[in-house]
Design a protein around this ligand. Structure first.
Ligand code: HEM
Length: 205
């Protein structure tokens, strides 16, 4: 079943490379000074590459949005309220219990629904809440004149910075859990192969 069009695969590859670059340079900025070696990115270089990767990520994010608006891929991100919580519970139960007992996936992939309820919720939160927050707060740090000076007595820049690093941490956490859940397809490598070939490998193949 062909589920991942070329544009989704290319966007995803660039997005993953850029997010990893942002994580490495972001952590470097927090913990390094002027010195650097083969393993540590120094502060100056980290700032430069963080800014370059951030601008590329903003462009690729708008291309992702356009892709989801103008192609059929957007329909996979629409959450229907009906049964959503109980379906989420079924998926949780499968990950916590069912899959260790050899049960079948409760929401087999179809052309109408390529994500299970948990994937759908995390992808919507990542792509429509976390990444936009990352972009807004990051732009505030890049252009400090756009940030309000004080809010409830606290510096606007400090609030923006704390929000930025918190969302950065959450996106990093998302990525680790995301890579783990991507090993839970028909075979541990199935979903990674799908992201390369575009074709989904089902449990019955
Ligand atoms: C090395 C890092 C990464 C790997 C190995 C990876 C792996 C994968 C794989 C195998 C899939 C296909 C399975 C599925 O549809 O659920 C996928 C889909 C997806 N990933 Fe990742 N991912 C990585 C990083 C990221 C990051 C950083 C984000 C977002 C911030 C992200 C967001 C998504 C989204 C939204 C989809 C669904 C795309 C679509 O079909 O519309 N991934 N990823």
């Amino acid at each position: 079943m062909y589920l991942y069009p070329v544009w989704v695969r290319l966007w995803h590859l660039f997005n993953a490379i850029l997010v990893i670059t942002l994580m490495i340079t972001g952590i470097s900025m927090q913990y390094t000074g002027g010195h650097e070696n083969a393993l540590i990115v120094g502060f100056g270089r980290a700032v430069k590459w963080h800014n370059i990767a951030a601008i590329l990520l903003i462009i690729s994010y708008f291309l992702f949005l356009a892709g989801n608006i103008f192609t059929g891929n957007g329909k996979y991100y629409r959450i229907k309220r009906e049964n959503f919580l109980s379906d989420l519970g079924k998926q949780f139960r499968f990950y916590a219990w069912g899959m260790f007992r050899g049960e079948k996936h409760p929401f087999p992939v179809t052309l109408e629904e390529k994500f299970n309820p948990l994937q759908k919720l995390t992808y919507v939160l990542a792509m429509y809440v976390a990444v936009p927050m990352m972009i807004i707060t990051g732009s505030g740090l890049l252009f400090p004149e756009t940030v309000i000076t004080r809010f409830l007595g606290v510096s606007g820049m400090i609030i923006t910075d704390i929000l930025h690093i918190t969302v950065g941490f959450l996106i990093s956490l998302f990525m680790i859990v995301h890579i783990y859940t991507c090993t839970l397809g028909a075979k541990p490598t199935s979903l990674f192969k799908s992201m390369l070939s575009g074709y989904h490998e089902s449990e019955d193949d």
